[in-house]
Design a protein around this ligand. Sequence first.
Ligand code: UFG
Length: 339
Amino acid sequence: MKKILVTGGLGYIGSHVVVELQSSGFEVVIIDDLSNSSLDVLDGIFDITGVRPIFEKIDLKEKELVIDFFKRHSDIDGVIHFAAAKAVGESVDDPLKYYENNISSLVYILKALQDFKSTKFVFSSSCTVYGQADELPITENAPVKEAESPYGNTKKIGEQMIKDLCNCNDSFAAIALRYFNPIGGHSSAKIGELPIGVPQNLVPFVTQTAIGIRKELSIFGKDYPTPDGTCIRDYIHVVDLAKAHIVALNRLFDEKKSNHYEVFNIGTGKGSSVLEVVNAFMRVTGVNLNYCFTDRRCGDIVSAYADTIKANTVLGWKARLSLEDALASAWKWEKSLQN
Ligand code: UFG
């Protein structure tokens, strides 16, 4: 049984990936510093899979702790790296926190992997590296643009660091997955997104408004050059996204297929506007949502959706679940939090 380290494995995407890993027969070890997650997630993972993963509370910025971890777990076969701070606005206010959190910790973990000869690495990247792409849908060949935020820059720099390491180390192989907009939760409603404070992302704000925690959803801008005037994104069900990690990992383990360093877009290939999401939510849940239009949010791009041909053909992965499935699961999760 292959043993996989998942850093940030108690977070939103990480926890869904742990479930898919365990369901696919991998043994999982989680490192998380609990800065944006909760130990309760371990119970959720256990309830779904019947297996409690090994867990260690470690802050990856503590270099000595990272080295010590690998000394004790020298049999790790592969790593999926999520541990990172991810609030775009906060990264503008406190850029050094983001460089320290997301870059220093990545250096330490890559260094440890090199020293301990664990050589398969999946990196959690983002479509933010494309900025506002010149052509839609966005292919992996689209130029990586100047980052819109320090957060986005850490993804861009992270990808480059990993690529550089692959270039100088023949035995090291990595895949960077560029996520579009992950939403929803596990169908069991045992795990899901747990935003701290006021949600910055659309769907948690929608569900919190629907349940009465927030009074009103502000739709940021209604005069964008799109059919209904609101921004367009590629919303992908987090369970589909999680499955992409298993396929990526298996590709890295397959010497015949593994290609040293590769990037893949992980999205549905379909763009939906903010208004379409809001209307789909009301249709799927039967709940009326209070919303209003406000000014554009600074830094928002107009439209982004993935060309998924490379992931479909090379990785053999495709998103299966719909926007409606994702919104229904997000609503089920929000309701479960009230019980
Ligand atoms: N939106 C609203 N009201 C809200 C929240 C969001 O109208 O209360 C709109 C935004 O303006 C945007 C869309 O909903 O048009 C999606 O916004 P999100 O914040 O959910 O997602 P973003 O596309 O802005 O950000 C996501 C990730 C980031 C990543 C970025 C890359 O959350 O981590 O994609 O483009 F950097």
